[in-house]
Design a protein around this ligand. Structure first.
Ligand code: AMP
Length: 248
């Protein structure tokens, strides 16, 4: 069974995000980029399923500018077998991403689509669900456990206040939550080997998907800075302070 894993290049989660001077977006010039953390988890899961003999081949797919190929090299170094780069000047909106991924999945005859539950740049949390709808496949979102037996997947999902267990038929879309696994580091020998693994580039516009943006970002603003705290000398002083705040 072929697994297709969608990996997005985003601002490194350890970096402090800066806004462009005109507030139109996030400043990416000179900013360190990395694979979306939830996508690393999705990829790690595909690798573990391959190690367990449930998956035969892992194809990592990204949609983005020329530099997004770095993310694919990282995916290959982690353990993906092949990579497909759908080249688009900017990363398209979730609906277009879902339709592009669906095109690749049909072409590759993939039966397991693994995505992150959300990309930490736009925090949309929509692509996996839109992909399942586009393909007409069942979906298991926010997965914290995945077990495959033949044509059946047993998935545990993280929900408010607990866990939910599902049994779903393959082919299937799964989106990874934080507790699904802990992604491995790419070792130096694997980084070297990844340079020789196949990475195919395709013009995203050639796949017949409408990439025109449908959403308009009106503005983007930094969150309000935190006010300095107050040091109190005793519990009584703390209670008095809370009372004053409550009255205000
Ligand atoms: P989102 O719906 O934007 O929060 O993204 C959910 C998931 O969809 C991500 O974790 C990725 O697995 C996938 N995804 C979104 N955008 C892209 C992209 N440009 N290239 C590859 N995968 C993507």
């Amino acid at each position: 069974m072929k697994a297709i894993v969608a990996v997005k290049r985003v601002v490194d989660p350890n970096m402090k995000i800066r806004l462009k001077a005109d507030g139109s977006g996030i400043e990416l010039t000179g900013t360190k980029m990395a694979m979306n953390p939830f996508d690393e988890i999705a990829l790690e899961e595909a690798i573990r399923q391959k190690e367990a003999g449930k998956v035969s081949e892992i194809v990592a797919v990204t949609i983005g500018s020329a530099s997004a190929s770095e993310t694919l090299r990282h995916a290959l170094a982690m353990g993906a077998d092949r990579a497909i780069h759908l080249v688009a000047e900017t990363s398209p909106e979730p609906l277009a991403v879902a339709r592009l991924l669906a095109e690749v999945i049909r072409r590759e005859e993939g039966r397991l689509a693994l995505l992150g539950k959300q990309a930490i740049d736009d925090d949309t949390n929509a692509t996996g669900q839109m992909l399942a709808a586009t393909l007409g496949w069942p979906q298991a979102t926010f997965a914290s456990r995945l077990a495959i037996e033949g044509d059946i997947a047993r998935v545990t999902r993280e929900i408010d206040g607990g866990l939910e267990s599902w049994e779903l038929p393959l082919p299937l879309v799964v989106t990874a939550d934080l507790r699904l696994n802990e992604p491995r580091y790419a070792s130096l020998p694997n980084i070297m080997k990844a340079k020789k693994k196949p990475l195919e580039s395709i013009d995203a516009a050639s796949l017949g998907v409408d990439l025109t943006p449908r959403l308009e970002r009106l503005s983007l603003a930094e969150p309000a800075g935190r006010k300095a705290g107050v040091k109190v000398g005793s519990v009584d002083e703390l209670a008095a302070h809370i009372r004053t705040l409550a009255r205000a």
